[in-house]
Design a protein around this ligand. Structure first.
Ligand code: GRF
Length: 207
């Protein structure tokens, strides 16, 4: 069993799906805590309803990213966290946390990286950019987190046609359904299979 901390800033639908898959025994893990930067996050309500300890830690409370990271790590070590799962978390993970949890932080991005990613590319902005570009395909990317936004080694991706979508919101809805499936699959994979990171490539053994 691996101990997971979920980080979420918003409604938390990915968090909910991951939790449900764990409860159904599909992923050998326990969500030990939820960390958010937003005391209004919907994810907080779900965590409280399910007796998952919650922590609101916002970077504005600290005078450096390092201290913000230390506050996060205090919680992570209290729960002996093995893996961090970012599920709609909008703040940059401090470098000191990335260093300690090197290749043990996952993020989900609602497009096919390396396109449509980077600083400021989150939530509806991603889907607006995809829509405006005229791309006929979008998708989901799950990647390991490094110190740059959306640039860490890719664990898995799934593409889908968006030809039938007439608005960015329609793309978002179509992509979200796939996120809910792919994120749990990716978590299961990194927790149960051996992998190596070479450069920016994730290579799973025996594949
Ligand atoms: C998802 O689209 C995810 O890919 C992105 O933020 C959104 C979070 O949605 N990183 P939710 O809070 O999990 O519903």
């Amino acid at each position: 069993m691996k101990n997971i901390a979920v980080f979420a800033s918003g409604r938390g639908s990915n968090f909910k799906h991951i939790y449900q898959n764990i409860q159904q025994g599909k992923i050998p893990a326990i969500i030990k805590c939820l960390i958010t930067d937003n005391h209004k996050a919907g994810a907080l309500d779900f965590a409280r309803e399910n007796a998952i300890p919650t922590f609101t830690i916002s970077p504005q409370e600290f005078n450096s990213s390092h201290k913000f990271g230390q506050a996060i790590m205090e919680v992570l070590s209290r729960f002996s966290i093995d893996w961090i799962v970012l599920a709609g978390y909008l703040k940059k993970i401090p470098d000191n946390v990335v260093a300690v949890y090197s290749n043990r932080i996952l993020n989900i991005h609602p497009a096919l990286l390396p396109a449509f990613g980077g600083k400021g590319m989150y939530g509806s902005r991603v889907h607006q950019a995809v829509f405006a570009s005229g791309a006929k395909i979008s998708g989901v990317t799950v990647h390991l987190v490094n110190t740059e936004y959306d640039a860490g080694p890719i664990v898995t991706q799934r593409a889908m046609e968006i030809d039938d979508c007439r608005t960015p919101e329609e793309i978002a809805a179509k992509v979200l359904k796939v996120e809910h499936i792919l994120y749990s699959e990716a978590i299961l994979k990194v927790l149960t299979k051996k992998f190596e990171v070479r450069g920016n490539r994730v290579e799973f053994k025996n594949e």
